[in-house]
Design a protein around this ligand. Structure first.
Ligand SMILES: [Zn+2]
Length: 443
């Protein structure tokens, strides 16, 4: 091959070194050593030079180092497709452009010449292969927030593969290959019932953009020593409630622009009686306590949403309330003043009608995900809800005691589906309440 470029070659009989010449350029390689020299300058190679019979083998990544000065043309080694490109090889260039919208992400692969793009699907990914021996790609990867696309990455390999890793909000892919030099992918999000003001989400801890921005406090059940219920495989309620609460927070902030606070954002035990006061301190518009049911009822499955009552709607509800840390009438006496207990009780009593509406909206959305239309809104004397001075509900998202649901609760994808359903229920409640308030103000 080198002879074709006008390169002469000889072996020094004394040292065994191989000497390559073209014009006044001299390259020497040293068999058995990781060395070469170009016009007298030593170059370190990534591996040893081997001489076998009449052939000289150099590490392939060293070829450009030696051949470029010798041949005086561009030489490149492409490790993906394992191609050494010498001189006139003109590989098509592929560039990646991305654009992010509130409800979709657009990814465009644009080539410098006509190339065949091949679409593929894999678990959690959309792939595009470029059918060419060799392409030039500068792009490595780009990450996204917003939950539709997680990242776009060039994986390379023989197929020259680009991969789009999908996020939890991804719903639908449409493609457009009308332009033979471009491949357009449009990745749309799961549509939301309420279009949030996505331009300016009120991040936690920051002053509200607008005094009307709703404030939500999420209470991840249990924590620390108080592990809650445990599944047959050992999954702990305190772990999944926090995982779901964080996803719900991200989903509400990202999609609705509300302000969201958690009663705990770590593995700590916050006393039941301190949780609703967190919401009161933030002057929250609503309070949602998240749990996973550990009630040992054969075949029990699905979600339930509770709001407060001094009496349980049925015996099972009463026992669930007891399992969740106690009912109103078993509060320890003497650890808070009777007066404040009465005031807190009255605080939630004022909001029971709104709490039942919030429970309904959430359960309607959850039932579509969990398939638990048969369960529904229940009332029980949950101690964690007693002090809330705003609409407040307790959600048992699934039965952690049920092996199938325990597995679902451990799945990130299912946690996102639960969080999305809770977010939609909250959004519908807030919008309907604003309409009710608007209607009564207009009278
Ligand atoms: Zn619980």
């Amino acid at each position: 091959m080198l002879a074709g470029f006008g390169v002469s070659r000889r072996t020094d009989p004394r040292t065994g070194n191989v000497i390559l010449n073209r014009g006044d350029v001299e390259v020497v390689v040293y068999p058995g050593k990781s060395l070469a020299s170009v016009n007298g300058d030593l170059r370190l190679l990534s591996g040893r030079v081997a001489a076998e019979g009449g052939r000289v083998l150099v590490p392939v990544d060293a070829a450009p180092l030696l051949l470029e000065p010798l041949l005086d043309v561009p030489v490149r080694w492409h490790p993906g497709p394992r191609v050494l490109a010498v001189g006139g090889v003109d590989a098509p260039r592929v560039e990646v452009e991305t654009e992010v919208f509130a409800d979709r992400v657009k990814v465009v692969l644009r080539a410098s010449e006509r190339v065949p793009f091949r679409l593929g699907r894999a678990e959690g990914q959309v792939t595009v292969a470029v059918d060419a021996d060799l392409i030039e790609v500068d792009f490595q990867q780009r990450r996204f927030t917003g939950g539709i696309v997680d990242r776009v990455q060039y994986l390379g390999g023989r197929g020259n593969v680009f991969s789009i890793f999908l996020g939890p909000r991804f719903k639908e892919l449409t493609t457009d290959d009308d332009d033979p030099q471009a491949f357009v992918l449009d990745l749309a999000a799961d549509p939301l019932p309420v279009r949030g003001d996505a331009g300016a989400p009120g991040a936690p801890g920051l002053p509200a953009r607008d005094p009307e921005t709703p404030i939500v406090v999420i209470d991840p059940g249990h924590g620390g020593e108080n592990v809650g219920a445990a599944g047959p495989q050992g999954t702990l309620e305190k772990v999944v409630t926090l995982q779901i609460a964080r996803k719900l927070q991200a989903s509400i902030v990202g999609n609705l622009g509300y302000r969201v606070f958690l009663t705990r954002d770590g593995d700590v035990d916050v006393p039941l009686d301190d949780r609703a006061p967190v919401a009161n301190n933030y002057k929250a518009d609503l309070f949602v306590s998240i749990h996973a049911n550990g009630f040992p009822l054969e075949g029990a499955a699905g979600s339930e949403v509770y709001f407060l009552s001094d009496r349980a709607s049925d015996d099972v509800s009463r026992r669930v309330a007891l399992a969740e840390g106690g009912a109103l009438d078993d509060r320890p006496r003497g650890d808070s003043s009777p007066l404040s207990m009465i005031l807190w009780d009255m605080a939630q009593a004022e909001h029971l009608e709104e709490s039942s509406r919030l429970a309904s909206r959430i359960q309607e959305e959850l039932a579509a995900v969990t398939g638990s239309e048969g369960r529904g809104i229940k009332q029980a004397p949950f101690r964690v809800l007693v002090g809330a001075a705003m609409p407040a509900v307790l959600v048992e998202v699934a039965f952690i005691s049920n092996p199938d649901e325990e597995e679902l609760l451990n799945s990130t994808e299912y946690q996102w589906r639960i969080a999305s359903a809770l977010m939609r229920g909250i959004a519908r409640f807030v919008v309907q309440r604003q309409q009710r308030l608007g209607a009564s103000a207009g009278r």
